[in-house]
Write a protein that binds this ligand. Structure first.
Ligand SMILES: [Zn+2]
Length: 177
């Protein structure tokens, strides 16, 4: 297993719509990348990591919510699609690709989604809590959207100004390399 470098905003891959994974691609080599992503996410530490964040522009992400749902091991969602969503919830989100980002983001409260697991089998997932937030955050990455795009223009401007200053001074800790 290996740790993968996590890219940061405004890297162009983070702004691209990622392409679907072909069923034929889901083989041992692909599962090795999934294992590396899970290791990278846990090491970071993070609760989710989308393929575009490790510069792979394909539609899959890994999630580790075992702190909140003890029965759930880290898992992968390939080609996820939200089938139903309802309600609203707000949560202070961070992101491994947005240094120092911590802002309230509003998302759907309850979601139902389908995805392929690491063997290409279709699965259905439903949640109305933290996992629903994580899935929506990671799904955004597959569509070239980051959490900073989900806050008010004024707050976004303030964050981007802060980010520029941090990059200039290079006074921040490196992220999970
Ligand atoms: Zn993120």
């Amino acid at each position: 297993m290996a740790l993968l470098p996590i890219i940061e905003y405004p890297h162009p891959t983070l702004k691209k719509v990622a392409r679907e994974v072909d069923l034929a691609e889901i083989n041992d080599a692909f599962r090795k990348i999934i294992a590396d992503m899970i290791e990278t996410m846990i090491e970071a530490p993070g609760v989710g990591l989308a393929a575009p964040q490790v510069n792979i522009s394909k539609r899959f992400f890994v999630v580790d919510v075992s702190n909140y749902y003890p029965d759930r091991k880290p898992f992968v969602l390939i080609n996820p699609v939200i089938l139903e969503k309802s309600g609203r919830q707000t949560f202070e989100e961070g992101c491994l690709s947005l240094p120092d980002f911590r802002e309230d983001v509003e998302r759907a409260k309850k979601i139902k989604a389908k995805y392929l697991d690491e063997f290409g089998k279709e699965q259905i997932i439903e949640d109305e809590d933290f996992l629903a937030i994580v899935i929506q955050h990671e799904l955004d990455h597959l569509d070239g959207i980051v959490a900073a795009d989900r806050i008010s223009p004024m707050k976004r401007m303030m964050y981007l100004t802060k980010l520029k200053k941090m990059t200039k001074k290079a006074d921040r800790a490196p992220v999970a390399l």
